[in-house]
Design a protein around this ligand. Structure first.
Ligand code: FES
Length: 131
């Protein structure tokens, strides 16, 4: 059985950006059907850029580490750039994940997409109201 990389262990033991953003512009909640783990990702957007991201994850070590990594990857990115982040991007940034744990990186990438969708729907909604 392959082991976690040092980077995965490090993010698992010291996860970055844990918590909630009460006035988030987008929230993505996803569950992993393979194991039942859940992740909630919050993003704060300003002028088309993600200025803050936080997460809450009830899951395995790989799920925590990928969640932590995804928040680090998206902060400072534009929405368009953030949309290019896939589960492979997250796994690569962590120096790889054991094959049997690859599905865990789905959570972070999927939660990010859902959060961005929600942000887009909300900001679109605002424009509608202004009319
Ligand atoms: Fe559930 Fe890893 S075992 S996300």
């Amino acid at each position: 059985m392959e082991k976690y990389t040092e980077k995965v262990m490090e993010h698992f033991q010291n996860p970055r950006n844990v918590g909630e953003i009460p006035d988030a512009d987008g929230v993505g909640t996803v569950g992993n059907p393979a194991c039942g783990d859940i992740m909630k990702l919050f993003i704060k957007v300003k002028d088309g850029k993600i200025v803050d991201a936080k997460f809450k994850t009830f899951g395995c070590g790989a799920a925590i580490a990928t969640s932590s990594m995804v928040t680090e990857l998206v902060i400072g990115k534009t929405i368009e750039e953030a949309l290019t982040i896939s589960k492979a991007t997250v796994a690569e940034a962590l120096g790889g994940l054991p094959p049997q744990k690859m599905h865990c990186s789905n959570l972070a990438a999927d939660a990010l997409k859902v959060a961005i969708d929600e942000y887009k729907a909300k900001s679109g909604g605002k424009k509608e109201e202004e009319k």
